[in-house]
Design a protein around this ligand. Structure first.
Ligand SMILES: [Zn+2]
Ligand SMILES: [Zn+2]
Length: 407
């Protein structure tokens, strides 16, 4: 019953608010701010939330906002948008082009922000009308691109008491009006690895009297990826690829040090957690076989975003109701990283891909100065986020109770 009413309520709300949200997005697009410098963006969001009767709480660093809508003993559902821009030049020729040299909303976080703002205003109206059966925590997260903003939100207690969290990202390969969903991992982990090797060095005539560092380094470069392919479940797609290697200067001298650097990408969370120790032990065994010393610097990026099955079903139900039948499309796991993953290490939730391509339009990839969206995606995003929050709050038992609540 409520599901059917919700569609009409969203129609009425968006008829009034869509244009304001588009203008809000364009304003952010003209004034992009980089990670942990989103002061103006934060101020603008806070002002609009306050005008909607809400009480936004700005994070201690002055960028990013947490704001609760509704109250009571019911469940708490969090909705997250990231608000930072990229250090890229805007290459578009549009009236709302970036006015800041070297900064651009090329990842669509201005769109995510406008969507969550619209959702916030709608949910505030629902709460005021006594129609919100629980609490929704709105998270306007700074510094996704660093990454690390999610950790800042969590350090401030941003997800404590939250039962479930949802987020979405613009996807220029999906048509506007559609939502890409996937259960399980949807983005990847990407870490950096640097290996330094050292030995006594010497003449290439006498490798047996020293340690052949270049030969040993070559063994490390080939043996580590090969051993990983047999020591780690192939389904995890753990992939160590070298991007830089350096050693030596003369053809007839064995050098005394060398370096190799690369990335470790991984689709599976367990394999990701185990990777550093495993790689270190493989490195030590290869190095010791050739009598050289080896050290490893391993820098963690983000884990993969792993979507919870029940949360994905909630998103799917909500999208079908709010966007129409056939709106949900399958999506693939990408090799990109997304710091929403940090939240899902603590609580269940799901991350969706929001279609932003005009049907038959050109596809501009994210992280490019030409990236732009079909702005109809903003209203679509509000529909999905609002319906998802309500669907998750309505849920008190198994999925068929959601279906009946939405019938
Ligand atoms: Zn990005
Ligand atoms: Zn992004």
């Amino acid at each position: 019953m409520r599901g059917r009413e919700l569609r009409g309520e969203l129609d009425a709300f968006l008829a009034e608010t869509e244009q304001e949200l588009v203008e809000f997005r364009r304003d952010l697009h003209m004034h992009p701010e980089l990670a942990f410098a989103e002061y103006r963006t934060t101020q603008r969001i806070a002002e609009r939330l306050t005008a909607a009767g809400l009480t936004p709480s700005v994070l201690p660093r002055g960028t990013g906002i947490i704001c609760d809508v509704g109250s009571g003993d019911g469940p708490t559902v969090a909705l997250r948008a990231d608000i930072d821009a990229l250090p890229l030049q805007d290459e578009k020729d549009v009236p709302y082009r970036s006015t800041v040299a070297g900064a651009c909303h090329a990842c669509g976080h201005d769109v995510h922000t406008a969507i969550l703002l619209g959702t916030s205003i709608f949910l505030a109206q629902q709460a005021a009308a006594g129609l919100l059966p629980g609490r929704v925590r709105l998270i306007f997260q700074p510094a996704e691109e660093l990454p690390g903003g999610a950790l800042e939100v969590m350090a401030q207690g941003g997800i404590s008491g939250v039962d479930r969290i949802f987020g979405l990202h613009c996807d220029p390969r999906v048509d506007v009006g559609q939502l890409g969903l996937r259960t399980g991992p949807i983005t990847s982990a990407c870490d950096k690895i640097v290996i330094r090797v050292s030995g006594p060095g010497g003449h290439t005539a006498r490798p047996h009297l020293t340690a052949d560092l270049v030969f040993a380094l070559a063994k490390i470069l080939t043996e580590l990826p090969a051993a990983l392919s047999r020591r780690v479940d192939p389904r995890s797609s753990l992939s160590l690829v070298w991007g830089r290697v350096e050693a030596g200067s003369a053809a007839n001298a064995i050098p005394d040090d060398g370096i190799a650097a690369g990335t470790v990408r991984c689709l599976d969370e367990n394999a990701w957690h185990a990777a550093p120790d495993l790689i270190k032990s493989l490195l030590e065994s290869v190095a010791s076989a050739y009598g050289i010393e080896a050290t490893m610097d391993y820098t963690r990026g983000v884990p993969p975003v792993v979507n919870d099955e029940v949360s994905v079903e909630m998103l799917a139900e909500a999208a079908e109701r709010a966007l129409g039948a056939g709106a949900v499309v399958p999506t693939q796991q990408s090799l990109g990283g997304e710091d929403f993953a940090w939240y899902l290490e603590s609580i269940p939730g799901a991350f969706a891909r929001l279609g932003t391509r005009s049907p038959d339009g050109l596809t501009y990839d994210i992280h490019q100065g030409t990236f732009d969206v079909d702005e109809k995606a903003i209203a679509m995003g509000v529909r999905v986020m609002a319906a998802t929050a309500l669907t998750a709050l309505w849920e008190v038992g198994p999925l068929d109770s959601i279906t009946s609540a939405l019938a």
